[in-house]
Design a protein around this ligand. Structure first.
Ligand code: COA
Length: 294
């Protein structure tokens, strides 16, 4: 899908869009859609090399492109990145909190630091970004967009850390919609389904298998990056001027089919790994084996 066929080329002309995690995947797809519709784009991430590659792609749209190296877990780095972006391009009209981390791990094998790392990147990182962007967004009466996940509202096995983090992100999104509406700031999230060409799907697709994912999606296929990005730009545009506090699901219907196929596929894959839990109960747990019934 090419958003420029459906939306005016100057929809974001003269606007500044700041995207965390913008060096790759869905976030780069979102940054590209904004740039295609006239925006100046600042992308922020941990790897200067990755940002440089992404900037080359974004430069093709002919608008200003800035790169800022910062780790969203570090509030001071984030504030410095947003300040630098404002000094070069002006205050942000749109801020996308997209930086995220993910891996599959059984909860009983997950270290406290592993759990905290994902919560820190996704949730604390989203807070740090929105908090640091507040002053700019207040002046532009701008929009915040969080990149959430189905794990926020549906438990997926081996994703306890991700579920906690993304549920927190959606809660933060709603809180900020409530508190910052009076400043004219809108706050929404999108929930992408399995999306082709992203690191997240490389990680989850490798373990669960592509067929597992596509059979979980009523539309029967992965999303294209552009399909996720299209909803992102609409939500941050005047077309959604009265939309705030919304969790918008863009998943081909995947959330409707639950997570059982994923849970079984990943469970089988993890069982074959060297650090598999040895005494996993494979079948149903009999009633008289439940604690307190003997
Ligand atoms: N299984 C279990 N634990 C894991 C893990 C895995 N596959 N990968 C990392 N961890 C744990 C580490 O063991 C460590 O905990 P410990 O100190 O108790 O051993 C903790 O997570 C931090 O790992 P580290 O590699 O130091 O963190 P990082 O900040 O460099 O990396 C991650 C962050 C872990 C999220 C990493 O996967 C990452 O950088 N991902 C970025 C991209 C990404 O995930 N994209 C997908 C977006 S959906």
């Amino acid at each position: 899908m090419d958003v420029t066929k459906f939306l005016p080329l100057d929809l974001f002309a003269g606007r500044v869009v700041f995207v965390t995690g913008g060096g790759s995947g869905i976030n780069l797809g979102i940054a590209s859609a904004f740039a295609a519709l006239g925006a100046d784009v600042a992308i922020c991430g941990r790897s200067a090399d990755r940002l440089a590659g992404a900037a080359e792609q974004l430069n093709g749209f002919g608008h200003r492109v800035l790169t800022q190296v910062a780790d969203v877990r570090d509030a001071e780095q984030l504030a410095a990145a947003l300040d630098a972006s404002e000094r070069s391009a002006g205050p942000a009209d749109v801020v996308v909190c997209g930086a995220a981390g993910n891996f599959v791990a059984a909860a009983e094998n997950l270290s406290p630091n592993g759990f905290r790392t994902v919560v820190d990147i996704d949730l604390l990182g989203s807070f740090n970004t929105s908090r640091a962007a507040f002053d700019q967004l207040r002046r532009t009466r701008g929009a915040l967009l969080f990149v959430s996940a189905a794990q926020a509202y549906l438990p997926f096995a081996y994703q306890a850390h991700v579920g906690a983090a993304k549920a927190g992100v959606d809660s933060l999104m709603r809180n900020l919609a409530l508190e910052w509406g009076r400043y004219g700031i809108r706050s929404n999230s999108i929930v992408p389904g399995p999306t082709a060409g992203t690191e997240g799907m490389r990680r989850l697709g490798d373990v669960a298998g592509e067929e597992t994912w596509t059979s979980m999606v009523p539309l029967g296929r992965y999303a294209e990056l552009e399909e996720i990005a299209a909803m992102a730009v609409v939500l941050c545009s005047p077309l959604a001027a009265y939309v705030t506090g919304a969790q918008v699901i863009v998943d081909g219907g995947q959330g409707l089919s639950g997570s059982a196929l994923f849970n079984n596929a990943v469970g089988t894959a993890l069982d074959k790994m060297p650090d598999a839990v040895p005494d996993r109960v494979p079948d149903a747990v009999p009633a008289d084996a439940v604690s307190g019934t003997r």
